[in-house]
Ligand binder design. Structure first.
Ligand code: HXC
Length: 257
């Protein structure tokens, strides 16, 4: 599929999406978000894709939703255009999704990063929710995912001041997995994605689902769901292969069955 506002490619077992509106710092127009969803849909359906990397390129991740597109909107416009519903493919994507963040990840850009499963940040990365400066608040998870990750007080700070935090501080808060020199952010993310993509796909899918469930369910319910998935995986060829390969001292060859 040809896209106008993103670049999408498949490199081995890794799907790569690059947001591509450099003149407006990858501002997230509805069209861009639609293309992002379509590209993720293609990766979802393609069994060759084991994991995906989402990046904004070397300079900026995304400076948020497109303010020019939003300025004159009414609440009814917002509701009927279902601005936030368009973002759903990011959270329903069943394969590991890594964000490779250089420069600004602001507003909706930050929210997209927080929807990913792992975040590799270049040392230039800045994460923030400046919506408050525009007279609004985040609309795609900024007030909900920050407290779950960084705690109430940091969440209050970023949401009430609008000031971004550095890559290093984000790392200290557990918001990003790794900080690397900005020149290698994308390569480091791809390398990690390649390593993850070698793992058994069904186990990856259920591991992702189980970790996400931990943020939404009471402990006993989460543990029960985890156990069911653990037992279920014994029905897969990959479980037999993985355990036999260990015992035979060789690498497992996984099929996603
Ligand atoms: C539209 C944007 C934009 C945005 C930048 N641009 N961010 N256009 N929407 N979110 C445009 C600028 O207008 C400018 O266009 C060009 O990109 C370069 O930006 P500059 O401001 O000149 O760059 P710089 O001085 O380096 O400052 C970078 C910046 C600043 C700090 C990131 O651009 C900024 O504050 N942007 C807005 C960030 C923001 O408020 N994000 C939250 C949006 S609301 P021209 O034509 O002048 O060259 C949101 C809600 C999510 O995200 C809701 C989800 C449902």
């Amino acid at each position: 599929m040809a896209f106008e506002f993103i670049l999408s490619s498949i490199e081995g077992a890794v799907g790569v999406i690059t947001l591509n509106r450099p003149k407006v710092l990858n501002a997230l127009s509805p069209e861009l978000i639609g293309e992002l969803g379509a590209a993720l849909g293609e990766f979802e359906a393609n069994p060759e894709v084991g994991a995906a990397v989402l990046t904004g390129g070397p300079r900026v991740f995304a400076a948020g939703a497109d303010i020019g597109d939003m300025v004159e909107r009414s609440p009814v416009d917002q509701l009927t255009r279902d601005q936030t519903g368009r973002w759903a493919p990011l959270t329903s994507f069943s394969k590991p999704l890594l964000a490779a963040v250089n420069g600004y990840a602001l507003g909706g850009g930050c929210e997209i990063a927080l929807m990913c499963d792992l975040i590799i940040a270049g040392d230039s990365a800045r994460f923030g929710q400046p919506e408050i400066n525009l007279g609004v608040i985040p609309g795609a998870g900024g007030t909900q995912r920050w407290p779950r990750t960084a705690g109430k007080y940091v969440a209050m700070e970023v949401n009430l001041t609008g000031a971004p935090i550095s890559a290093q501080r984000a790392f200290q808060l557990g918001l990003v997995n790794k900080v690397v020199p900005a020149e290698v952010t994308i390569e480091v993310a791809k390398r990690l994605a390649r390593r993850i993509a070698e793992k058994p796909p069904l186990a990856l899918r259920l591991a992702k689902e189980a970790v996400n469930a931990a943020l939404e369910t009471p402990l006993q319910q989460g543990l029960a769901a985890e156990r069911r998935s653990f037992y279920f995986l014994f029905a897969t060829e990959d479980q037999k292969e993985g355990m036999r390969a260990f015992l035979e001292k060789r690498r497992g060859r996984f099929k996603g069955r």
